[in-house]
Ligand binder design. Sequence first.
Ligand code: ADP
Ligand code: MN
Length: 516
Amino acid sequence: MDPVGVAAAPDAGPGPAWQSKCPWGAPKTASISCSLADVMSEQLAKELQLEEENAAFPEVVAVAEGPFITGENADTSSDLMLAQMLQMEFDREYDAQLRREEKKFNGDSKVSISFENYRKVHPFDSDSSEDEVDWQDTRHDPYRADKPTVTPRKGFIGKGKDITTKHDEVVCGRKNTARMENFAPEFQVGDGIGMDLKLSNQVFNALKQHAYSEERRSARLHEKKEHSTAEKAVDPKTRLLLYKMVSNGTLETITGCISTGKESVVFHAYGGKSATEDDKVIPPECAIKVFKTTLNEFKNRDKYIKDDYRFKDRFSKLNPRKIIRMWAEKEMHNLTRMQNAGIPCPQVVILKKHILVMSFIGQDQVPAPKLKDVKLNSEDMKKAYYQVLNMMQRLYKECNLVHADLSEYNMLWHDGKVWLIDVSQSVEPTHPHGLEFLFRDCRNVSQFFQKGGVAEALNERELFNAVSGLNITAENEVDFLAEIEALEKMNEDHVQNHGKKVSTFSSDGDPPIYNE
Ligand code: ADP
Ligand code: MN
């Protein structure tokens, strides 16, 4: 056994003899005061590793799991936010500097070198660029090249010595260039498409390969983000927007989640002290409805917005992110109409992108119960029925709206009355399916109150006529619905022929407004 090894153990007095002979002098770490047992301990090794990891990745782990911005953990949360904001700012500045350098480097030269690969923000990561530059918005697509000449099936064009086959280098090269169009829109192909550029098959195939792998990479990144939205309630971008609302005094604290639905997440918050941009006082308690940026859920709602003439012109040109913002915008407009008509509903506080802040229906963080969850005595039940009937009529007549998702799930019982919520999908009665939506609403309401023991409750067909002022006489549901669809079709034809919608459906007079 080597005696030096034993002597090197701590508490062995002055350094061993070999140290003085060592040409590099005594190692500094020789005086570590821990026993051999400590050094051998697995526990210590683990602790050291943890320490090291924490130093290398501070807080990163906490980001993913981190709870929401609340009073108790405001410190860590806001530090984190600040760090994220700073990093974002830093990356953007870095890229801006890079662009300046790139410009300087290239000058007026016809051939330019791209610094794109050195950018911090991967083009598919950059949300901001997605917001500002919306390729779908451009009416004229500058990247659209003329169609390549098609080679007929016989495989050649021309005659005699002017014959060109599909294997012709020039034709092939041009075709390849034009095919770059099919790459993902974010893929940078320069202005090659516009020029008379001839790409060899080899170059084209290499580019194609790269374009596809970039597309897959982008899809993966996107999926990751989407998942975080679904799992952790909000994505980093939403967090930042919410954080800004807290830091600028619109909100005091965001206390927690009230509801996670398929299409939205609702949070409770205490209102801040500063007034909104348009000088409205912020209610003491607020509900924040965050429209989910997960697109799948919205696909089947297309029909509500696509056919809504108010949004018609805008729909086709929008990217999915903007469509989601439009749902939030729609809910805001509809709530404002209802507010103006005096229908009990949340009051709009502020709209920021896909986040709608409104007054909270409930008290001390406890949301008012839905009609389906509350046990009303027969007197209150009857009162609620007449109120709902009255609200449906005013919604139709004064707000020119059909709720389109009205049921005991979207009516809250608070302060001895019914409040209507969830109106992002509400449409005007002249919407191509507006009357069908109204009929569905009527069926839900009628069934709920009839089952709830309200003897006076009209059946769905009577309710439909009472709300719309129409006088459809069909005795059964099938015929009734057929008449509704015929009316809708008539209206659509009118729109087609006259280029504008009719203001209301002709009726035999205004519906009688019911008051309790
Ligand atoms: P969803 O589309 O997910 O159904 P809602 O607007 O119906 O969205 O909101 C979901 C739930 O959140 C509601 O059922 C209600 O319990 C609660 N909620 C929404 N808005 C408010 C509000 N302003 N005040 C109190 N609770 C609300
Ligand atoms: Mn709802």
